[in-house]
Design a protein. Sequence first.
Lengths: 152, 417
Amino acid sequence: MSELRDLYQEVILDHVKRPRNSGALAGASHRADGDNPLCGDKVTIFLSIEDGRIADVRFQGRGCAISLASASLMTEAIKDKTEAEVRAMFERFHTGLTARDEEDAANALADLDKLAVFGGVREFPVRVKCATLPWHTLVAALDRATQPVKTE
Amino acid sequence: MSARQAVTASRSLDVARIRADFPILSRRVHGKRLVFLDSAASAQKPQAVIDTERHFYEAEYANVHRGVYWLSQRATDAYEAAREKVRGLLNARETREIVFVRGATEAINLVAQSYGRTFLSAGDEVLITHMEHHANIVPWQMLRDEKGIVLKVAPIDDAGELDLDAFARLIGPRTKLIAVTHVANALGTVLPVEAVTRLAKMYGIPVLIDGCQAVPHQAVDVQALDCDFYVFSGHKLYGPTGIGVLYGKAALLAAMPPWQGGGDMIRAVTFEKTEYNELPWKFEAGTPHFAGAVGLGAAIAYVQSIGYDAIATHESELLAYAIRELSKINSLRIIGQPRRRSGVVSFDLGGVHPHDIGTILDHDGICVRAGHHCAQPTMDRFGVAATVRASFAIYNDRDDVDALVAGLSTVREVFRL
C-alpha cells in the first residue's frame, strides 16, 4: 500500500478530482493534440504565448489519474515561464521519472516543487508515458506541431 | 463413494492438480501469489506443452516435407500428427481442411486476401457484428478499400447480445460472406453461431467464425455448425505462440488461390509457370512453424485429457462465483449481461481509469487486462474508452477471484471510492 500511496499521492488525487486550468482556451496562440493509443488517453494543450512567456495555458483530455494529474499540475507549473524554462523543466521531469540512478532522479525532481509528487512513477515503468504525455504534447505545441503526438 | 459422487467426480476437475501442471503458477510476483486473470489475451502453458516442444527440438528436429532422411520424416510425421489432432478437436471431415497459420489474425487475413479478393467484387457485402475483435474488422476494411466491398455491422443490445432479427435483416442479395466471433473477447458473450449459420445457409452465404475465445472453453464441431471457415490461435489454447489454425471446407479451400508464394506450397516451378501443391500445403508457403504445431498438438491432447465437460463445469461455476462477488462491490458496473457468457467479465469501477486499476492490482500480483481489448467499437457501444477485464481458464480457482475482489477494495481505498 505504501508504494501505491507513493504513486497515488494526495496531491495527485486532488488534481484528478479538481483539475486546474481545464477546458479550451479561446484565442490560443499554440495548441497540440497528444494521445496514447495503448490506453486511449487523449490530451489537448492550449497555450497563449506573449513576449516569449506562457501567459495562459489550458488542457482538455481524458485519461488515467496519472496523466490527468500530470496535465493539471503541469499547467500550474509552467505559467509565466519562458519557453526555454519550460523545455528545461520537461528535461528535468523526464530525468526524474526515468533515470536509472535513484539519486540522479531525485536531484532532477528536487527543484520542480509540486511536480516532485510524480517521483513514485519511476517505480512503475509502464506508467511513465502516462505522466509524460501532457509534457510531450506541450513541447509539440511549442514546436507548433500540426501532427498529433504519440507517446514513446 | 456413492454413485452420485462418482458421477460428480468424473465430471469435476481437480484444480489443484491442474495448477501443478503449470510451472509459472508457482512463481511469485511482487512477493505475492501469481493471480493470472488474463488468459483471454494468452493462456499459460502446461508442462506437457513445454516438454513436448523441448523434446521435439532436442530429439526430432529437422525441416519438414524436404529431407529424404529419417529425422526429417520424423519431424514431418509429428507435424502432420498435430494436424490430425486439430482435425479431431474441430471434428473436421479431413486433415486437408486444416491449414496452419500464425494465429487467428493471419487466418482471417488469409480468407480476406484469398477468398475475398477472388470471389468478392465492388458492392458485395461482408456482414460482421458490433462485438468483433479488430482482427475481424480491419482485414475486411482493407478489402473494402481495395475492392470497394461494403462492410455491414449487425447491432448488439445493451446486454451485449447480438440482435439476431437485425442481423437477419442485414442479409441481402449482395451479402457474400458472414464473419462473426463465436465468443466476444471484450464482453464474454457466447454468440448464437448455430442460428447464424442456419440463416446463412438459407441464402447460401459462407460463414467464417472466429473461435479464439471459444476453443479454450467448449467443444467445437465444425460439421455440426456447418460453418465454412473456423479460425483460432494456439496460444489461447495453452499452446505456443505463433501457431494458429484456419479450418476451411475442402471445396472452398480448393477453389481459393494461394495467398503467399514460396517453398512448400508448390508442386513444380519453372520461370514460365508454377503448379501449386495440394491442400492444405498450398496455403503454407515457406518453412512452417511446425515446432509450434507439435506444441499445439500437445496442448490439444492436454485439454482433451481433462475433457470439455469438466472444463465447462468448472469455468462456468467459477465465472458465476466471480460475477456474484464482483456484483457486491459498490460502484462496480459489469459491462454486458449476456445470457450465455464464457471466460471473461469486463467491468468499470467508479470511473477509475482501468490502467490505474491494473497498476494497483498488479501490485498484488494480479494480472488483468486493462484497455480496449482490441475491440474499440464494442467499447464505443457501451460508452467507455476502456474496461478492466478478468478472464478465466482451467487453472483459476476461487482464491483468484477472492484476490481480485480484495485488490479492488485496495483500489477503492486508494481512490477513496
